[in-house]
Design a protein around this ligand. Structure first.
Ligand SMILES: NC(=O)c1ccc[n+]([C@@H]2O[C@H](COP(=O)([O-])OP(=O)(O)OC[C@H]3O[C@@H](n4cnc5c(N)ncnc54)[C@H](O)[C@@H]3O)[C@@H](O)[C@H]2O)c1
Length: 405
């Protein structure tokens, strides 16, 4: 099949490569011209995709990267994977999704299948994507399916192939065609009855994480005041063989999914006249964590941060990923600076943020904070000295969170 992937980010690019490897002829389209130039030169920002692999697929004609969509005369599958962020009021901002639909509408021909992988509120495929493309293309034979992406960038165990794929379509025919397409590179397909079920499942699974992380972050605050170990309590609770799943405290949630998707669910709730109190509260608890940590840092350093040198190790939202979107480390930097601290950061993967460059781990500081422990960071320089270092990272080994190294 001819396949066009619209949006070549953390979701679209791995999909384009997987589909090309399974034999489809893939055009990867992105409005970011620089990205297209890089990809055409074999350069890729996703560590799991190698330069050799990309160049090989391009030279075999399996994949090409374009910054202009062209009309194909034959039947084509269009997969849309563009950002769906929140606006300043934390409401869905579907500007890019609408723009992507308009671009597709200009080039589709009869019988094409359009699949949405972007995360959005319940009803997006039926009430937004289909009307835009049908009206602007003036075609009535287009098929629409949804296959929400669940990828966890950097996860070495779960990737496109082995993560079960949810699929539905506006018609049975659309769903069937989408299933045939995904079966070629996904091991397990789970069909659901309507696009709305697939959209809701995607939002619910990320809201589940957001809510449970908020709950454990609240437990960490209780543990601090009552002087017991959060981790010991979590591990003790986890000995229950049913009805419990451990989550670990952190400075908050980041990335394009966990801090964002729950707001798409609460937006859907609002449209339906339901006040999704729980989701809003979880957002608040997690967003407040950088303030709580700043207060703790203040306490550790004698109650005043003015002029204190604090260094943060790892500022992206999770280890071994360069993505800074919604990273709570950035809020922590702001909070510490507002409290008067002089903050520097070390991140070998991010290297530059807002014109500021990563600096080497230093021992000329009052406090080191481990926020995102990328595997490339060598903490020996901190371990060997007697400067104070606080480990804030969220993982099962961080027993006694937050703990001094
Ligand atoms: N990042 C994740 O871990 C993840 C996981 C599951 C689902 N999702 C969802 O997938 C969608 C895409 O996320 P992402 O992380 O891949 O985003 P991204 O920012 O990494 O990449 C999106 C790409 O789309 C391009 N783009 C934007 N508007 C476009 C348009 N109109 N036409 C063509 N290209 C366009 C951008 O230039 C960018 O390269 C979002 O809805 C997100 O919520 C993301």
């Amino acid at each position: 099949m001819n396949l066009v992937v619209v949006g070549l980010g953390y979701v679209g690019l791995p999909l384009a490569v997987s589909a090309a490897k399974s034999g489809h002829i893939v055009s990867g389209y992105d409005i970011n011209k620089e990205k297209i130039l890089d990809l055409n030169a074999g350069q890729c920002f996703i560590p799991e995709i190698s330069m050799e692999e990309l160049i090989k697929l391009q030279s075999k004609g399996q994949i090409s990267f374009i910054s202009e969509l062209v009309k194909k005369s034959e039947k084509t599958i269009y997969v849309i994977a563009v950002p769906t962020p929140l606006d300043i009021d934390k409401n869905p901002d579907l500007t890019l999704l609408k723009k992507a639909c308009e671009s597709v509408a200009r080039v589709v021909v009869d019988d094409c299948l359009i699949i949405n992988e972007s995360t959005s509120y319940i009803g997006t495929l039926r009430n937004l994507i289909k009307p835009i493309i049908d009206n602007q293309s003036k075609l009535s034979t287009l098929k629409y399916a949804v296959a929400p992406e669940r990828i966890d960038p950097g996860n070495k165990k779960w990737f496109i192939k082995n993560t079960p794929r949810l699929i539905s379509g506006i018609t049975d025919e659309a769903k069937k065609e989408a299933v045939v397409f995904y079966e070629q590179f996904c091991d397990e397909i789970h069909e659901v009855s309507t696009p709305e079920v697939a959209e809701a499942a995607k939002l619910f699974e990320n809201s589940f994480r957001q809510v449970n992380i908020a709950l454990v972050n609240e437990l960490a605050q209780i543990a601090d005041k009552l002087n017991f170990s959060t981790h010991e309590a979590i591990m003790a609770a986890a000995t229950k063989p049913f009805g419990f799943m451990p989550f670990y405290p952190s400075i908050g949630v980041g990335g394009h999914c966990i801090p964002v998707d729950p707001s798409y669910l609460s937006y859907s709730a609002e449209l339906a006249g339901v006040d999704a109190k729980f989701i809003k509260l979880a957002n608040q608890v997690n967003s407040y964590m950088p303030k709580i940590i700043t207060q703790r840092v203040k306490d550790y350093l004698g109650g005043d941060l003015t002029g204190k040198q604090v260094q943060i190790a790892g500022i992206s939202y999770k280890p071994d990923i360069s993505d800074l979107r919604e990273s709570p480390a950035l809020d922590l930097i702001k909070e510490l600076e507002t409290a008067g601290a002089k903050v520097s950061w070390h991140d070998p993967i991010v290297r530059e943020y807002k014109g500021e460059k990563s600096v080497a781990l230093s021992t000329e500081i009052d406090l080191g904070l481990i926020v995102t422990p990328h595997s490339q960071i060598d903490f020996n320089i901190w371990k060997k000295t007697n400067i104070k270092v606080l480990d804030l990272s969220a993982n099962s080994n961080n027993y006694g969170w937050p703990k001094f190294l």
